[in-house]
Structure formats: structure tokens, C-alpha cells
Write a protein that binds this ligand. Sequence first.
Ligand code: NAI
Ligand code: HPV
Length: 526
Amino acid sequence: MKVLISEPIAQKGIEKLIEEGAIVDVKTSLTRQELLEVIGGYDGLIVRSNTMVNEELYKKATQLKVVGRAGNGVDNIDMDGATKRGIIVVNTPESNVVSACELTIGLLLATCRNIPQLHNRLQERVWDRSGLKGIELQGKTVGIVGLGRIGSLVATRLKSFGMNIIAYDPYISDTRFKHLGVEKKEKLADLMKAADILTVHTPKTEETYGIIGKEQFKIAKKGLVVINCARAGIVNEEALGEALKEKNVARAGIDVPEGEPQATSLLLDYENVIITPHAGADTLEAQDNVGITIAQEVVSALRGEMVPNAVNLPTLPTRELETVKAYLRLGETLGKMYYQLEKEAVEKVEIIYRGEVAALETSVISLAILKGLFEPVLKERINYVNANVIAKSRGVTVTEIKESAVDNYLTLITVKVISKNMEFTISGTVFGKGEMRISEINGYEFDVNPTPYMLIAENMDKPGVVGQLGTLLGVGKVNIATMQLGRKLTDSRAMMVLTVDSEIAKETLEFLSGVEGIIKARFVKL
Ligand SMILES: NC(=O)C1=CN([C@@H]2O[C@H](COP(=O)(O)OP(=O)(O)OC[C@H]3O[C@@H](n4cnc5c(N)ncnc54)[C@H](O)[C@@H]3O)[C@@H](O)[C@H]2O)C=CC1
Ligand SMILES: O=C(O)C(=O)COP(=O)(O)O
């Protein structure tokens, strides 16, 4: 696990990575060219907001398996490029939101009370308050654009200042608005007309880029205060500059100026604008949180485990991930069987979730099944991130069915693999503390605890076959741990599932296949 850290993260994060066995290079002052030259040697890359992780970098990053964003916003990371290549992108979305919220409030107070300007005068030994009268927050209306994690923290804190809180976020439910005690504005224009103070907390997307511009400043109340602690460009700087000149906007507090990490923003020339160099997440607490969390996530991702904050995967809260984990193992195990037992190209996969599992976020379990399915063929080129893309590119359609009831089991997953000439099914269940069992293969019933080495054979249901198989395995020095027979009363065939203590040599398998009555014998490695 070779990990490159290209921007400063907390020492505790670096120590965590080393403790987990990663080889870590902290190179925070590489030029772009130098980064492109060395990235090919790394499995993991940890960045903050200044490293552009794009096509140019991916092309050189031939070993890269995970990009860890030590922070929240991922607008500097090309997600499609990562997904296409099976690179997992993880971030730490919760770890710095309090710090970002507190800087927002800080900037708001500093802006409304001219704190930096007053401080500067005094530091020059001038005692002069003239021309720098502030405004109070109490009784004012604050308009929040984006009522997500940070926006809602800002809302709850500003309430205690006696402010009236309104927000525009079309993707947040009315219930959430009610719960937060925030008035919902259906249209951005309505928020602009009502707000004395505007603060933006959306991600930077095609939709939000420039969402606050000339038109919005035109309809805003005269004397508006603007705060941007989210991303440069969400508030158009040129339009803001004009509005400040025309006195439509009275003052602004900006943590994310255009041109970062260079100090080139045109707003730097305005006395009534306070600007900080993207310092929202720069607190001891946030950086420790971010560093430790990203280290854990990067290591988990490199070990092929499911990570709670994977950006290019279905999201799962940590609590749910714990429950789902056992099913991920089961799903991968069921998936892994097909190509070890059969050779026909898969055309369709039907996954049936029954009982308790049907109530969970099954999309990740389906990814685990696909990962397992293609692993015998594609090895490590398949993972959770690209499993869907790969299935699609191979023309495999995947469907999920959920049924709340199931006979004999509390919870059951059945994977039906359909190819041109056949249909293969395998089912399994989970119980206790994540114990799994294979309960059915092609209609033969079992109760098998899957182990790393297994032998699965189809045979004629007649005397003598099992005995010969046991003898041949003995000759091949393979110790049998468990053995189960599955029979169908309607059939003259049976299936044997053996767990064994070691790999089975090719010759032994050939001998087994040659035994009269054995239709097919396959070694399965999990
Ligand atoms: N200054 C700094 O150091 C930091 C900045 N950030 C930035 O703060 C911003 C907010 O972060 P979080 O609250 O964690 O994100 P979040 O994802 O929790 O919330 C964003 C909200 O914006 C809403 N939204 C999306 N498109 C919208 C649109 N067109 N109109 C209105 N609302 C829209 C979403 O529905 C969501 O509720 C991000 O841009 C993030 O990168 C985050 C941490 C530190
Ligand atoms: O986490 C975020 O989204 C931030 O904006 C913080 O950026 P940074 O890690 O301080 O470069």
C-alpha cells in the first residue's frame, strides 16, 4: 500500500496510515509536473482542495486504486474518470463541517462589524471608529442557499442571534425545513428579495456555478451582505464586484476567492470585503478528524473493503454498513461461484433479496455479487466502484427483486445467473454475528459454511461414487473438512459440496472427473 500525500494533512492521519502498514510519502510541495512524474508508483493518493485529480493525472496513475479527499468538497476530482478506471474516491464529509460553519459565522460577524478593518487601524496606532459603523444580526433575515450539512448548522446557530432564517434548497424535504424551523423559499428569487444577509452552502456543480450573479443582485435588498464559505464561482465575483460598486451589496465575507491558491481575486481591492484563504476547515479539531478519518478510509479501500464515505458508490451510513457487511461477504461468495463452476458467458443476473435483507440498501450488496462474479475472470480489475460499469460494458443486465417473505429462512439472497444455454442459481443466508451459509445450488439444498477451498461436484445419485471421490482426494493428499450431499427426489443426479484444507491439483481434478458417475467436478477458491 504505497500512498502519496500531496497536500498537508494532520500528523495523526499520517501516523494512522503507517500504523496500518502503508508506505507513506508526504510530498506537499511537488510541482504539477513532478506530481505527474511520480504518481505512477502509488496505490493511493491523498489530496485536499488544491490538487486537480483529472484525466491528465489518471493517465499517469497506472496503479492508483483510491483517491482520498481529506475534506468535504470533491469538485477538484473528476469522478467519472475515477469510476471508469475502478478508482474509489473517498472523502470525510462530516469531519470539518463544524469548522466551516463556525468560519461562516465568524466571517459574517467580522463583515457586519468591520472587525479586521478596525483592528488594522488600531494596529497602525490609530484610534478611530469613524466610517466603520457595523450592523446587528438580531431581527435580520438570513437567506441560506443550500440547506445541507453546513447550511443547516449555520441555520441553527444563527437562530440564537434572533435572526429570521429562510432557505432555498429544492432537494431538501419540507419535513427537514420544518424540523430545522427554517422557512422554505421555493424560488431563489424570493429568497433574494427577502434576505438582508445571503450565505451560500451548496457544492460547486454545473447548476450552482454562478447561481448568484448579476440577476440576483439586481432584485436583492439594497445593502445586502454576502457570505461565501462554500466554493469560488458559486457567487460570481465580477457581478459581486459590480454590485459592491453600485452599493447594492454593502459588504461581503469570502473564504473561497477565485484564483486560489493564488491571491488574485478582484475582490481583494475592495475595503468592504473580508477575504480568508480557504481557511474554513483549518482548525486543529477538523484537521485531526479529517486526517484520521481519511487514513482509515484509504486503508480500507486499498484492502478492498467497503468504505462508508465512498463518493462514487451508493452511500451507506456507518451504522448500516456494519449490518450490510455480512451480506457483502455473502454476496461476493455467491457471485464467485459461477465462473468457477461454469464457462458460459453471463447474459443476465437476477438477484432476489428475501426477508430481512430486502429491507436494507441492497444496491451495494448487488455490487458485491457482481464483483465476486467477475473476479475469477478479471481478477483485481473489478471492484465495488466499477462493478456496474463493467457489467454494463459486457452486456450483462442486472435486475434486483425484493420480497419481504421467505420460507424457512429469516433472510435469503438468491443469485440467478442466466447465460445463453443455461440458468444457474445459488442462494445463501446470514445469521448470528455475520455467519454465512450456502443454502442452495441449482435447486440442490445445502447448509454449507463456505471456506477458502471447496470442491463442488455433480454426480449420478448411485452407490460407490462418493467413496471413489474420497479415495482419490486422499491419494491427491487433500484433506476433507466437511462434506454435504444435495439430492432432488425427482432427479437421478446429486451434488456434493466439500470443504477441503488445501488446493486441489489439476491432475487430481482430472482423475475425479474421470470417475464413472461423476458428471463434473470443480475446485472453487474463495
Ligand atoms: N470553506 C471551506 O473550507 C469548506 C467548504 N466546504 C464547502 O461547503 C459546501 C457545502 O458543504 P456541505 O454542507 O457539506 O454539503 P451538503 O452536500 O451537505 O449540502 C449541500 C446542499 O446544497 C444543496 N443544493 C445542491 N444544488 C443546489 C441548488 N442548485 N440550489 C440550492 N441548493 C442546492 C443540496 O441539496 C444540499 O442540501 C460545499 O461546497 C463544500 O465544498 C466544505 C467544508 C469546508
Ligand atoms: O473540505 C472542504 O470542502 C474544504 O473546502 C476544505 O478544503 P481544504 O481541505 O482546507 O483545502
